[in-house]
Each structure stands twice: as structure tokens, then as C-alpha cells.
Write a protein that binds this ligand. Structure first.
Ligand SMILES: NC(=O)c1ccc[n+]([C@@H]2O[C@H](COP(=O)([O-])OP(=O)(O)OC[C@H]3O[C@@H](n4cnc5c(N)ncnc54)[C@H](OP(=O)(O)O)[C@@H]3O)[C@@H](O)[C@H]2O)c1
Length: 277
């Protein structure tokens, strides 16, 4: 079941589960996206940096899905945040995907060397030109997200950040709920590490389901949260969408939340900002 998440001034709707496509390239990306569309996915998450937008576009064209049925997200790499480069990057993404527009364009990572107001001004221009329907940010810590909210002329529809049971993101979640921003959890399985966690596998056994199902359910039982799990396997791609057979009790939710740890973050490259405490 892929229930729609509705946030931001009532007009922004995002399917809560999308296919993550980082590391999926060429034929691998084509077959994963085809499997996802056959399974009923409507939301695909990519980025100019992933080098797979053309493959994703080819898979969409082959599947013959109507554009209005799809929610496509792409991201602008942090070295392309000057207005001219940003607009070119978004145009390239739109063309590579074979789509007239993106449903959501995200700033992939902040770049303190470029004034945020200028970058967000260019994002607004992309929206005014019809290249993107909504704008958002990714990997922004709370102070940069608050700055974006202050300087952006357009609503920040979504924040995409790493989020899974090992990583506490309550500070960002509070801001997102207050400002009606969709929180998109990337690396929902911690790139796979969570799926071996003894607490999660025990809860999965109790429900006769998989660890992946339990982690996704933990995310879906949180207000305002969407997730973009990645799989290259058609069965797991379908399984990640067809969640909803499991309902976690308050005790189970709390036991999973208690798995958070100070070294739980998977993604912190050299260009990462200073994260929230
Ligand atoms: N904004 C950003 O900076 C950023 C950063 C990182 C990621 N992301 C986005 O988030 C997406 C997801 O994050 P991620 O790619 O790091 O990894 P992830 O979704 O946390 O985990 C992917 C791993 O889990 C396995 N898996 C998936 N479904 C499974 C299932 N049902 N049962 C068992 N194993 C399963 C996959 O293996 P198989 O392929 O073998 O199934 C793969 O090894 C990315 O693809 C990307 O779209 C965004």
C-alpha cells in the first residue's frame, strides 16, 4: 500500500514510498525501475550525480506510464549551486529523464561558498519556468534549513535526509512538522546495516515478516515521513512497496527508536555540513 503523504499548503502530495536509485546504473537501473513501475511505484528518487537519469527515463518510456501518474525527484550536486549552473543541471535532468518537468528538485548538499538565497532564487526560477513543480533541500542541518525557510520565496516542500532507527533526527523532524515540510528518509535501511539488527529481526519474527518491512513500518508510523528504499531485486522492490501488513505497537515503536546511537550516521562525506548535535 503506497499511501499519499499530503503536506505544504495543501497542494503538495508525495507518494510515501519511492524507489531509491543510488548505485543503480545502466541496465541495472532500467530493470529496477521497470520492476518498480510494474509493482505500482509512482515515486522515483534520483540525482544528477547518480548518472542514471537517462536509464530511468528509458525505463519510464518503455513502461508507457502516464507522466501524471509519476512523482520524479532529482537533485542538483553541491558544486552546481551557482544560479546558471543550477538551471543547466535541472534542464539536463529533465531532458535525461525524458520528462517535461521534475515533481521535486532538491539541493543535494549545502555549499557554504554559494549564497543560499541565490541558489534558492534559481530554484524558484526553475519553478517559474515550469521545469520543476516543487523545490526542496537535502542534507541540510536544522540551522541551514531554518535559513532556507527565511530566504526562499517558494515553499520548501521537502527535506531529504538520512533517517533510520540508528540515527536520531528529532530536531529536523520537529522543524519539518512545524513548517509542513515532507521529511524524506534516505538510506532507510542504513544502506542495509539495519536489516541485521537483533531487535528488528526479533520484532520481524514476532510478526512473521521481514526486517525491511519492520523498518519501513517504523518510518511510516511517523507523521510526515516518506522513504526511498533502494533495491536491485524485483521481489524486494515489490515487497518494499507492499508494506502495510504489519502494525507496530507503541512498545515496539519505542524499542526501535531506542536503537539510536551517536555513531549511527552512515553518510558523512568530506563536503558534509556540521550536523545537528
Ligand atoms: N540525498 C542524499 O544525499 C542521499 C544519500 C544516500 C541515499 N539517498 C537515496 O536514498 C536511497 C536509499 O538509500 P541507500 O541506497 O543508501 O540504501 P538503503 O535503501 O538504506 O538500503 C539498500 C540496501 O538494502 C537492501 N535491501 C533493500 N530492500 C530490501 C529488502 N526488502 N530485504 C532485504 N534487503 C533489502 C539492498 O540490497 P538489494 O539491492 O540486494 O535488495 C541494498 O543493499 C538511495 O538509493 C538514494 O535514492 C540519498
Amino acid at each position: 500500500m503506497n499511501t499519499a503523504l499530503s503536506v505544504t499548503n495543501g497542494s503538495f502530495r508525495m507518494p510515501r514510498i519511492g524507489l531509491g536509485t543510488w548505485k543503480l546504473e545502466g541496465d541495472g537501473a532500467i530493470s529496477a525501475v521497470q520492476a518498480a513501475l510494474e509493482a505500482g511505484y509512482e515515486h522515483i528518487d534520483t540525482a544528477s550525480r547518480y548518472g542514471n537519469e537517462e536509464a530511468i527515463g528509458a525505463a519510464i518510456a518503455r513502461a508507457g506510464v502516464s507522466r501524471s501518474q509519476l512523482f520524479l525527484t532529482s537533485k542538483v550536486w553541491w558544486t552546481d549551486l551557482e544560479p546558471g549552473k543550477l538551471l543547466s543541471s535541472i534542464k539536463r535532468s529533465v531532458e535525461s529523464l525524458g520528462s517535461e518537468y521534475l515533481d521535486l528538485a532538491l539541493i543535494h548538499w549545502p555549499n557554504p561558498a554559494v549564497e543560499l538565497s541565490k541558489t534558492l532564487g534559481a530554484m524558484a526560477e526553475a519553478k517559474a519556468k515550469g521545469l520543476v513543480r516543487n523545490i526542496g533541500v537535502s542534507n541540510f542541518p536544522s540551522r541551514t534549513l531554518l535559513e532556507a525557510l527565511q530566504v526562499s520565496s517558494e515553499p520548501i516542500a521537502a527535506l531529504q535526509c538520512e533517517y533510520h532507527p540508528y540515527l536520531d533526527q528529532s530536531k529536523l523532524l520537529d522543524i519539518c512538522r512545524e513548517h509542513r515540510i515532507a521529511f524524506v528518509a534516505y538510506a532507510p535501511f542504513g544502506s542495509g546495516a539495519l536489516l541485521l539488527d537483533p531487535t528488528i529481526t526479533r520484532i520481524a519474527e514476532t510478526h512473521g515478516t521481514t526486517a525491511a518491512d519492520v523498518v519501513l513500518e517504523w518510518l511510516m508510523q511517523q507523521e510526515g515521513v516518506a522513504a526511498v528504499p533502494r533495491s536491485s531485486n524485483p521481489h524486494r522492490i515489490a515487497a518494499n512497496l507492499r508494506r502495510g501488513n504489519v502494525s507496530l505497537s507503541q512498545e515496539e515503536m519505542s524499542a526501535i527508536t531506542a536503537l539510536r546511537r551517536s555513531d549511527g550516521r552512515v553518510f558523512s562525506p568530506t563536503w558534509a555540513p556540521q550536523w545537528d548535535e
